[in-house]
Design a protein around this ligand. Structure first.
Ligand SMILES: Cc1ncc(COP(=O)(O)O)c(C=O)c1O
Length: 432
């Protein structure tokens, strides 16, 4: 058994002065959180000295691997400049320029700090631009923790309502959740009905083009194109939440990969390889509602475009824009999926792996996972066994059956081989 004694001691002491010893509820795991000491490349070491191949990658950002030398050097170069001066930097403009060159929807860019913040700005912009107030989102999608968005992320089935007309179910107390409309993923007919019925109230449809908060659920062929047509026909701005899938399948993200351009895109996570930075990019006429001279929306944030984050982003984008990283991640994911399916078949286990661009999840079911409701066919108990063995084998897998795992450009051949060996051991345990 992996020894986690020191993590346990830190947790016992931390409980006295912070909540369950974590600063985001998402880092809490049973029976206690694990505290890390350092990370480098594809590896992390916890405070007990255990070494893992990291397949969590801080929930998405570290696409180049931990402690990427060029990114760190770029940040180091900024440390002596006198941080957070109340003036703009040329470096932030460089990042905006690089984004307009990479992301198909990016005519204009505004920077922010986190995915949630950028999403909140985007919603205000969409409301100001359209003069409408409701927001449509996808059932099962996590788009940050704001009032409008923390709705029907993972609602209990007895509250979720009919599959073709889902209820808007708050995922937390403390939300003012009266302006969100919920739509199932991967079904354009239902989307058409709900959007056309509500179009005169809808300020935007927000969709994560690849659903990376249901594990990893890909859009059906033609689905995103249809969503684009439906939103255009109904005069509802289409917003892609590429916070997690951005930059992964292609330098221009899911929109480049699937050839569908939204009106606005929210980016974060991989944009700065682990430094906190996000961006709202899109049509100038929409982004311009935040014009400080004659716009309607106040776009603020003390740390927007801060030197640390933009230096990291500038160096990260240089690595990402050639497409080599994405080619490696897509190929590695494809190989992992093939290996997993071969192992499952040999063991006679009904299971599938779905993934793209370095992100993936294993599902213990014989049905394709296409939307939130279809995740209920997954056998959680089998995933629990699988995850525990992976962990014991030194692969940092997350104990939640709808988690989206990830590898980075720093996961080299021998890491992936170890990952495959661990999958073999884990599947044989599931079989037992
Ligand atoms: C798709 C998606 N959107 C938005 C967010 C919120 O981003 P942040 O945690 O940076 O606020 C997340 C976070 O995991 C996410 O996965």
């Amino acid at each position: 058994m992996t020894k986690l004694q020191k993590s346990k001691e830190i947790y016992e002491s931390a409980k006295g002065y912070t909540v369950r010893g974590v600063q985001t509820n998402f880092k809490y795991i049973q029976p206690h959180p694990i505290y890390f000491e350092r990370a480098q490349g594809s590896r992390i070491w916890d405070v007990d000295g255990n070494e893992y191949i990291d397949c969590v990658m801080n929930f998405g950002p570290c696409i180049l691997g931990h402690g990427h030398l060029k990114v760190l050097e770029a940040v180091r170069n900024q440390l002596e400049t006198g941080l957070t001066v109340g003036l703009e930097t040329e470096l932030s403009l460089e990042v905006c320029k690089k984004l307009t060159g990479m992301i198909p929807s990016a005519e204009s860019v505004r920077l922010s700090n986190t995915g949630t913040e950028a999403m909140m700005h985007t919603i205000q912009m969409a409301r100001a631009f359209t003069g409408k107030s409701k927001i449509a989102k996808i059932e099962g999608g996590y788009n940050g923790w704001s009032d409008d968005m923390l709705i029907s992320y993972h609602p209990p089935l007895d509250k979720a309502g009919p599959a073709d007309l889902p209820n808007a179910v708050p995922d937390s107390s403390g939300l003012r959740a009266d302006s969100t409309i919920v739509i199932p993923y991967n079904n354009a007919d239902i989307a058409r009905k709900i959007i056309s019925r509500n179009h005169d109230q809808l300020a935007a449809l927000i969709i994560e083009p690849i659903m990376m908060n249901l594990g990893c659920v890909l859009p059906r062929e033609g689905y995103l194109q249809e969503i684009r047509e439906i939103t255009e026909e109904n005069d509802v701005p289409l917003i892609f939440d590429e916070v997690k899938c951005g930059f992964k399948p292609a330098p221009g993200g899911a929109q480049e990969y699937y050839g569908v351009t939204p009106d606005v895109t929210v980016l974060a996570k991989a944009i700065a390889n682990g430094f906190p930075l996000s961006a709202v990019v899109g049509k100038s006429e929409i982004i311009n509602v935040t014009d400080p001279v004659d716009g309607k929306v106040l776009y603020g944030g003390t740390y927007n475009g801060n030197q640390m984050a933009v230096a990291a982003a500038s160096a990260t984008l240089d690595e990402l824009r050639t497409g080599e990283v994405q080619a490696y991640l897509n190929k590695s994911t494809h190989n992992l999926i093939e290996t997993f399916h071969r192992i499952a078949e040999n063991e006679g286990i009904s299971a599938r792996m779905q993934g793209i661009g370095g992100n993936f999840q294993t599902y213990f079911t014989d049905e394709e996972v296409v939307d939130y409701r279809s995740t209920f066919s997954v056998e959680k108990e089998k995933y629990d066994i699988f995850q525990k063995v992976m962990f014991e084998e030194g692969i940092y897998f997350w104990p939640a059956h709808l988690f989206c795992h990830g590898i980075s450009a720093a996961h080299v051949e021998r890491d992936l081989e170890k990952l495959c060996d661990a999958m073999e051991a884990a599947m044989s345990e599931v079989k037992k």
